[in-house]
Design a protein around this ligand. Structure first.
Ligand code: 5RP
Length: 283
């Protein structure tokens, strides 16, 4: 049974409806200045009010997020690799639990690389972090990373998610795949879906909807939000699916309407779902 502090932190990330819209902005830890995050502060600021949690590195927290922000931080605490590496799995822990607490993190996140050269090290990093997490009341998010040449199929991802949960991760982030419901059914902790590469907005909303109807606890989405033509409209459309059970069609209408209203200054209206309803569901 988790301690009160850990439960309290987790409840700041996964809201009372059991769902979350996390905004991933940690890409730079191995990708450097990722498209859309070149000026991280400028990108993050307008999106923060719509994110249930933000997933940055500590460098981005300290330089680019206002300390008066109320959005919980899920802190990326693994790294040491870069996109120049042939094998991305060579990751270690990059942040002490003490610094995560100092940053008032609501959870910490690290990647595991099941089936890679560094499988054992990344899994032992996970267990070390979980032991420390229990000591400090800090939930741990395991990210099932895939190496450059690995297949993202249900068999592989279910294996990774289950191993993460068996080792004690409090929640798990993984990619969408055919048979996603298998991942959800065999993973005893909440599963959030990573967005992956930028897709046309409607497709990204469909992906979100599919994951949600298959039992995901939400999304931890980055590029499909901050690389969108209208990131603030897009995150609200994603929220409408995650928290308000909107269909992809309704959510896309909301996206288009919010995108247009930004240009015209008129309030966005979509029958059956409004931007303000999406906003209200945040709390
Ligand atoms: C990389 C990560 C990133 O946070 C995540 O994958 C980025 O989100 P997206 O794929 O939606 O851009 O954990 O290991």
């Amino acid at each position: 049974m988790y301690d009160w502090g850990l439960k309290n932190r987790l409840s700041r990330v996964i809201k009372s409806d059991g769902k979350t819209v996390m905004l991933a902005v940690d890409h730079g830890y191995f990708l450097g200045p990722t498209t859309g995050l070149e000026d991280a502060e400028k990108t993050i600021k307008p999106l923060l009010p719509y994110a249930d949690a933000l997933m940055p590195t500590r460098g981005i927290v300290r330089t680019s997020v206002s300390p008066i922000s109320e959005t919980p931080i899920v802190l990326r605490v693994s790294g040491g690799n870069s996109i120049l590496d042939e094998d991305l799995s060579n990751e270690g822990l990059t942040v002490s639990m003490e610094d995560a607490v100092r940053l008032n993190a609501a959870a910490v996140a690290l990647s595991i690389y099941v089936g890679s050269q560094n499988q054992k090290e990344t899994l032992l990093n996970l267990t070390k972090l979980i032991d420390e997490g229990h000591r400090y009341g800090m939930p741990v998010l395991a990210v099932t990373a895939v190496g450059k040449n690995m297949v993202r199929d249900a068999r592989y991802l279910a294996l990774s998610c289950r191993i993460a949960a068996e080792l004690g991760a409090h929640f798990v982030k993984t990619y969408y795949c055919d048979g996603f419901e298998k991942l959800v059914k065999t993973c005893p902790v909440p599963l959030v879906m990573a967005g992956g590469k930028k897709l046309p907005e409607y497709e990204a909303l469909e992906l979100t909807h599919n994951a949600m109807i298959m039992g995901a606890a939400g999304v931890d989405m980055g590029r499909n939000i901050f690389q969108s033509e209208a990131p603030v409209a897009m995150i609200q459309a994603v929220r409408a699916i995650v928290h308000d059970n909107a269909t992809p069609k309704k959510a896309y209408e909301l996206y288009l309407s919010l995108k247009k209203s930004k240009k015209t200054g008129k309030q966005a209206k979509v029958k059956g779902i409004t931007a303000s309803a999406a906003e209200l569901s945040r709390h």
